[in-house]
Design a protein around this ligand. Sequence first.
Ligand code: A3P
Length: 351
Amino acid sequence: MSFHPSAVNGENQIPVDEEEQQVYNNLDEKLDRLLATLPKAKGWRSPNIFLHKGFWLSPTVFKGLLAIHEYFHPQPTDIFLAAFMKCGTTWLRALMFATANRHRYNLSDHPLHRTGPHGAFPSLDTQILVDFPVTKFDHLPSPRLFATHFAHDLLPTSMTAPRSTCKFVYVCREPKDALISKWHFMNKVRSKELTPLLFNEAYELFCNGVSEYGPFWEHVLGYWKASQESPEKILFLKYEDMKKEPSVELKKLAEFMGMPFTAAEEEGGVVEEIVKLCSFENLSNLEVNKDGVQKFNTQLMVENRDFFRKGKVGDWKNYLTEEMRERIDSITETKLKDSGLSLGVTKITLS
Ligand code: A3P
């Protein structure tokens, strides 16, 4: 007889039937077979990351990707929040949840006050493996909301093909700020058995495209191109635009989600109230985001406070030399050339 892997010290053991155990073993075996054949490099959080179809993945999320392909059943109304790491997922999570549920909850006594943004809806990449053998997500209200960091081309076509009616909200950020934010965050969650990742090393890896879910530029371009082809399916947002005009971007978001604000709501200040509820200042000062913990799976627990650092545009100026800036900007220019997308924000003023 086998037992549920989350049983602690032999207590609360939940028997697992053979079929369920088989699902889990299949994923592990498949993952081991794949990892043995793939190029590997130094990970930012775990010792190694592996190159799968052009993108670098840690073993944990790789297993999540296999589970998504084999066992995740998208519903036609599902909405996915997609982003490279540290580009504004926390903020968008809060905005999407508050917008989708604005008729269900009072904004002054809101679940976000108690759950924190990451408790509002699941991170598909890791939470698909929280229940044994895989999480079914059947209990979620419609439209179901999920977050993912996987590149567009890594996800199953049942989610991404233009014929599927699932929607994606993609948020991207100036790569230099994404690098700084990711370096800080990954050192916080980096395995304590490993030595800290030095900034110069992280910079070098990032420029070479080597970081979890990266390369950054290919990640952004995959969603950008798909959004150009199917704008009704993918909404492409920029963190910097949201900082500048949050109400304008929120209205775009609500419309895209199929829940536009009515004239009465706009006049009644609902848009501004949601912006305020989800602001960096408000969220980062909530007790749950100062002391709470988010459990992504058995191996990854993150303190909520680590999702909030500065929340500013242009912090890279405090870390990058002129030479470093030039190199990243030139990579960005080369990679985005002819795409119609611009991201290299070098003339920005510190806010
Ligand atoms: P910094 O490290 O530059 O401060 P993600 O949520 O995708 O992990 O991205 C984290 C980044 O978003 C961090 O950036 C964090 O401070 C910032 N952030 C978190 N919540 C925010 C909010 N409500 N508004 C603006 N930025 C926010």
